[in-house]
Design a protein around this ligand. Structure first.
Ligand code: PEP
Ligand code: MG
Length: 290
């Protein structure tokens, strides 16, 4: 019976109209990637690399980054994995970077903002992703967090092109899909501009909701304002799906909203084709969609 349940969890979700919805997992380690596979995830929709690096006092060099990424990819043979570039600042600290708290808060130099301010760090990570992708027999995506404007997307794409070109004859593969997170209201409301030239966008509802309702995601005192059914949030989500689709990008949702079965159904009804949730939530989300 357990084997039957596992087989059901692994099967893809096919809607009555034939559309396949991918239910993937958010992970931060090879152990979580294994749990995601066991739990029936169709892939990894969000690999939080800053957490992959956690627990060390120094920064991993390029070779170490490649090894860390390969260990995660090896858990999901044949399946798609989206690697997110470093998302530091806000609620995510990385002691080795010695971030200045006055500068890297929730409204500060977070995510891609930090990456563009430290091009060597971003370049090394993009090289590591391209090298790790070489050995994976599934699709590899790369995406940037905390994007606000289209010119940042262009800078990210240029950094990726440059990093890949710099690898020359070394074993590597340019990521098959390139995207960004949509988690800043300005990016959500102008997603047609932000998504231009991208393969996908992935909506980070944890941050998007925090910024829309002006309530820090880490503060229990205002947690009640993070309502999964907030009218404003759904109006923005609807616009994101419409705008990104018109721009030719597919839409994923990787925030915790996607793990709420009711919301997952609503997202899919809007046209979202890819949900990424914590590994233990994969089976329940698939069941809700079925
Ligand atoms: C989000 O913001 O919704 C998200 C998925 O990213 P993180 O929780 O890592 O900020
Ligand atoms: Mg986020």
């Amino acid at each position: 019976e357990r084997r039957e349940a596992a087989r059901t969890a692994r099967a893809p979700v096919v809607l009555p109209d034939g559309r396949v919805v991918r239910v993937e997992a958010n992970v931060a380690s090879a152990a979580e990637a294994a749990a995601a596979r066991e739990g029936g995830a169709d892939g990894i929709g969000l690999l939080r690399t800053e957490l992959l690096w956690l627990g060390r006092s120094d920064l991993p060099d390029e070779d170490e980054q490649v090894a860390l990424l390969r260990a995660v990819l090896a858990e999901l043979p044949g399946r798609p994995v989206v690697v997110r570039t470093l998302d530091v600042g806000g609620d995510k600290d990385l002691p080795a970077l010695h971030l200045d708290p006055a500068r890297s808060g929730f409204l500060g130099e977070r995510g891609l903002r930090h990456g563009l301010a430290h091009p060597e760090l971003l370049r090394t990570q993009l090289r590591a992703v391209a090298r790790a992708a070489y050995a994976h027999d599934g699709e590899v995506g790369v995406m940037a967090p905390m994007v606000t404007f289209a010119d940042e997307v262009q800078a990210f794409l240029a950094a990726l092109d440059e990093a890949v070109a710099s690898l020359g004859g070394a074993d590597h593969r340019r990521p098959d899909r390139v995207g960004v997170m949509v988690e800043v209201p300005a990016a959500a409301l102008a997603v047609d501009e932000v998504a231009a030239g991208l393969d996908f966008v992935s909506v980070g509802t944890n941050d998007l909701v925090q910024y829309l309702v002006a309530a820090e995601r880490t503060l229990p005192a205002v947690a009640h304002l993070h309502r999964p059914d907030a009218t404003a949030v759904w109006r923005v989500l609807e616009q994101v799906v419409r705008g990104a689709t018109a721009a030719g990008a597919t839409v994923a949702v990787c925030g915790n909203l996607a793990a709420d079965p009711q919301s997952a159904r609503r997202l899919v009804a809007l046209g979202v084709g890819e949900l990424s949730v914590p590994p233990p939530a994969v089976a329940a989300v698939k069941a809700a969609l079925r």
